[in-house]
Design a protein around this ligand. Structure first.
Ligand code: SAM
Length: 313
């Protein structure tokens, strides 16, 4: 076990990336460093990895845990939306692989000071990078009921968004909702779990929605995918692991568009846009974990992997 966070679909990721000695790879989401560790081991003696994480705690942890790889591992505390500038500046301008393992790590979920976990409690923060942006408690305090409901619907696909938003506005006038426990309790009272669905906490979708909004997760993903097209050398491989349908849809559409190339309307008989296919899809779309992996690592349950290869310009 990689120090508290098991890397998801690790064998499948390694099969796609097939890191060789001398190769350059980017791990945009270091987390506990599980995938990066495998890439470095497989590309012994001189393959190199640039690892990014927005969370300073993840960066410090991985630097210490993987110090044995010396300068084969270059670590930067950065948002992967900026990979297009961060990677070339670190000497990774043309790479053989780029991995994004989205969402949050087991460390973050378990850390009561971060407010990610419904059951772990703590201040309602939810930022990957706590030095930037506003914590989730500010959204909960400031948005009106319509805006809260729209957020829960859009990023959480929450069917009871209006009722929950109204309850939040009512309850926050009594006392601030600034801890994960209090938000979870308010949501649970407003929209209790249906019988038979008790294993999934009724606030799960609300927590997901807030996390996505606080970190602009979908915007970051779109920016990183676009940047990957310039960073991957021909034959270089893109691997994305997503954990909910909103992320997976973005990756699916991106790969489909880059496979197709041309964006001319079907009514135009000859291509005038000049766009050519830049990606070739690899393997089944998507790859999901086996029942054995899910039994060993329940966090892998919702994972979907999509992979593609950069075609020559
Ligand atoms: C699922 S974990 C990665 C786990 C890792 N693959 C492993 O095997 O240990 C996701 C990590 O991505 C980071 N992260 C999420 N969004 C990010 C972003 N936009 N930029 C940089 N890091 C991000 C989180 O802080 C978290 O540490």
């Amino acid at each position: 076990m990689e120090d508290g966070h098991l890397p998801v679909l690790a064998e499948e990721v390694m099969t796609i990336l097939s890191p060789r000695p001398g190769s350059l790879q980017i791990d945009g989401t270091l987390g506990g460093g599980g995938h990066t560790e495998r890439i470095l081991e497989a590309s012994t003696p001189d393959g190199r990895v640039l690892g990014l994480d927005a969370d300073p705690a993840a960066v410090a942890r991985v630097k210490a845990r993987l110090a044995r790889f010396g300068d084969r591992l270059v670590v930067r505390q950065a948002d992967f939306r900026d990979v297009g500038t961060v990677a070339p500046a670190a000497g990774f301008a043309a790479v053989d692989g780029l991995l994004l393992d989205l969402g949050l790590s087991s460390f973050q979920l378990a850390d009561a000071d971060r407010g990610f976990g419904i059951r772990t409690g703590g201040p309602l923060d939810m930022r990957f990078d706590t030095s930037r942006g506003a914590p989730a408690s500010e959204l909960i305090a400031d948005l009106d009921a319509a805006a809260l409901a729209a957020l829960f619907r859009r990023y959480g696909e929450e069917p009871r968004a209006d009722r929950i938003a109204r309850a939040i506005v009512r309850e926050r006038s009594v006392a601030p909702i600034d801890t994960a426990e209090r938000l979870a309790a308010v949501v649970e009272r407003a929209a209790p779990a249906a019988p038979g669905r008790r294993r999934i906490h009724p606030a799960t979708r609300v927590f997901q929605a807030l996390r996505i909004a606080v970190n602009d997760e979908l915007g970051a993903l779109e920016a990183a995918l676009a940047a990957a097209m310039d960073l991957l050398r021909p034959g270089g491989r893109l691997v994305v692991l997503s954990y909910h349908s909103l992320e997976d849809r973005i990756v699916k559409r991106f790969v489909a568009a880059e496979r197709k190339g041309c964006i001319c309307p079907p009514a135009i008989p000859v291509c005038v846009c000049g766009r050519i296919p830049r990606l070739r899809a690899l393997g089944p779309q998507p790859v999901v974990p086996t029942a054995d992996e899910v039994a060993a690592n329940p966090r892998a349950r919702s994972a979907r992997m999509r992979a593609a290869e950069r075609l020559a310009a």
